[in-house]
Design a protein around this ligand. Structure first.
Ligand code: FE2
Length: 351
């Protein structure tokens, strides 16, 4: 596996200083020259080029398993910010085969920019339930995270509506409404309640805030733990990550993670690049990512929920399997992002 970093990630051992398209193309060609079966400049049969904003630490085990099973070498271009702009600038020369992004909204952006192509593939359609893929085949979910509610002993919030109810006055903690995780949640609320309903909900939540929106997702969970908040909102995997650390005992005793009915769920997903030079290998990789083996690795290493219903769940995640069957469709997270941002600004949620 060859990994090229171009996103300002610090301290990576395999980081290179490659900054331009030419360098990326050169690296891919070099991969061929090194014996990875490149048989033309970019149309090599034995490799696949993955463009992603997903950190390598989350991908490595899955991609190594793919290489072992398929014999196809994976070249990864990791760009934390500006992946879409980069691919657009590369135009017809882009070596990208598969795009992987950690947000439905961003996957939609790639499709809208004409950078990804629809896929009609029986194996993918069978592996990924309709709620976690695009209806036209432009993206397929790999893992899910729920926007969960965290409550303390006297919390009481079990649903998103509870967060806006008068009983929660002075008790709710949330990060900035403009963060992409909350934009996805508000987009979902617009999808299910309409704009007016979502506005009333968000105003209700604002009325109930324990403090000005601040901090990251973990800070909301810590706020519940230290009693500053009766309920906080954060992505599910952060809780499981925190359970691996010093706070495990305290968290288990004092903080409950609630995945509400019709939970807001966002996905990391894959998409086929519109001009994929290694199209068949791209489909092999996409099928592998949606398959049980990859999903099991993901779930056990990253604590994200699999999308494949046949995948195993680690014990910590198992109890949420049932409620997640009744989650909101992932597409709702990306559908009304503009309207959601406007709503946050208009009601001054962060002030
Ligand atoms: Fe995150």
């Amino acid at each position: 596996m060859i990994i090229i970093y171009n996103g300002g990630t610090k301290g990576r051992t395999m980081r290179t200083a490659l900054k331009f398209l030419g360098a990326v193309v050169a690296a891919v060609v070099t991969a061929g020259a090194l014996g990875l079966a490149a048989s033309g400049v970019l149309a090599a049969s034995g490799e696949v080029n993955l463009y992603t904003d997903r950190q390598e630490v989350f991908l490595r085990a899955v991609l190594v398993a793919f290489e072992e099973e398929s014999g196809v070498a994976v070249n990864v271009l990791f760009v934390k910010k500006g992946l879409l702009e980069r691919m657009r600038a590369e135009g017809e020369e882009s070596p990208a085969d598969v795009v992987m992004a950690a947000d439905v909204g961003r996957l939609r952006d790639f499709a809208a920019a004409g950078l990804t192509a629809p896929v009609d593939d029986a194996a993918l359609l069978a592996a990924v339930p309709p709620e976690y893929r695009d209806g036209d085949g432009y993206w397929f979910g790999i893992t899910r995270r729920a926007r969960a509610i965290f409550t303390g002993a006297n919390g009481g919030a079990k649903t998103y509506d509870d967060l806006a109810s008068p009983q929660m006055k002075g008790g709710v903690c949330m990060r900035s409404g403009l963060h992409s995780y909350n934009i996805a949640l508000i987009s979902d609320m617009i999808a299910r309640k309409g704009k007016d309903g979502a506005r009333a909900w968000l105003e209700g939540v604002k009325q109930n805030l324990a403090r000005t929106p601040q901090g990251n997702d973990r800070a909301q969970i810590r706020g519940v733990l230290n009693g500053e908040c009766r309920a906080g909102v954060a992505n599910s995997y952060y809780y499981f990550q925190m359970l691996k650390g010093d706070l495990r005992g305290e968290l288990l005793a004092n903080v409950e993670m609630v995945v509400p009915l019709r939970a807001n769920v966002n996905v990391t997903g894959s998409a086929l690049a519109a001009r994929a030079p290694n199209r068949e290998n791209a489909l092999l990789l996409m099928r592998f990512l949606a398959g049980e083996k990859a999903q099991n690795i993901y779930a056990s290493e990253n604590f994200e929920f699999p999308v494949n219903l046949s995948a195993e769940y680690p014990p910590e995640l198992e109890r949420y399997r049932g409620v997640l069957l009744r989650a909101s469709p992932a597409g709702n997270s990306g559908r009304y992002r503009k309207e959601a941002s406007r709503l946050v600004e208009e009601i001054g949620f962060d002030r």
